[in-house]
Design a protein around this ligand. Structure first.
Ligand code: BTN
Length: 243
């Protein structure tokens, strides 16, 4: 991963860029852009990606797995980011399934997109956005978002990228080659921002208050609902917000 790096000055979205050339590039190709004009977040939101302020990058993967195993790759990316930041002495946590937070504010997010047929994956694009030097956020983000610099961690983007790719490659290889998930799960549990906490599970227009108990061996979130029933939430099915 990262043997082939495409470095752009400006692009609409690094995810869209890789999806356009997806079939023609080798697995592990990474696209990094200084700026994105149409950075995409999850659920159709946009992702503020000003020039040189953060890490806007996507990785293309071509795993020989069946599509239902693909959502776990988001957890691998989350584990890699949180591990990389902690290696660099940043006390980041992962908010299952795809947000990385520092001091309760989001510093990084993951957008995984899948191109698949019924029984096989063509490719997976893992998009990673990380706020590094941003000091100003749009009004609606101000209370929810932060950056490494804002939290007083002055680390270069290159250093973070190389740590993230290094950690990602180890966990990804283990998953694809050996179906080994334990290290990813261990990291997601150890650095979890939500285990033992109350969160809202948001399904479309409805939200439900639950207590997070654990992450299952499949990577799903295990919660206890208001009626004391244990539920397993599939990754990719819902979005969660702290109380
Ligand atoms: C989220 O938290 O909603 C996911 C944010 C993902 C943003 C990254 S930036 C690089 C890649 N290209 C995009 O257009 N989005 C992802």
């Amino acid at each position: 991963i990262g043997k082939n790096i495409i470095h752009l000055e400006c692009v609409d979205s690094t995810n869209d860029y890789l999806k356009k050339i997806g079939n023609g590039v080798q697995e592990g190709t990474v696209v990094i852009s200084e700026e994105q004009t149409k950075g995409k977040g999850r659920l159709g939101r946009n992702w503020q990606s000003k020039s040189k302020e953060g890490i806007w990058m996507s990785i293309i993967l071509k795993p020989e797995i069946i599509p239902y195993k693909a959502p776990f790759i988001t957890l691998i990316a989350g584990a890699a980011i949180v591990k990389a930041l902690n290696n660099l002495q940043v006390p980041a946590k992962v908010k299952w399934p795809n947000d990385i937070i520092i001091n309760n504010k989001k510093v990084s997010g993951i957008l995984t997109e899948l191109s698949a047929e019924i029984e096989r994956v063509n490719y997976v694009v893992v998009g990673i956005g990380m706020n590094v030097k941003n000091l100003d956020f749009d009004k609606e983000l101000e209370e929810k978002a932060t950056s490494l610099y804002k939290e007083n961690y002055c680390i270069s983007r290159v250093e973070v990228i190389s740590q993230v790719l290094y950690e990602f490659e180890k966990l990804y290889k283990d998953y694809i080659e050996n179906n080994y998930k334990e290290e990813t799960l261990r990291i997601c549990r150890e650095y979890s921002a939500i285990i033992n906490k109350d969160v809202y599970i948001i399904k479309g227009d409805e939200k439900e208050l639950v207590k997070c108990i654990d992450i299952s061996n499949e990577g799903n979130l295990i919660v206890r609902d208001g009626n004391n029933n244990v539920q397993e939430i599939l990754s990719g099915e819902v979005s969660i917000r702290g109380v």
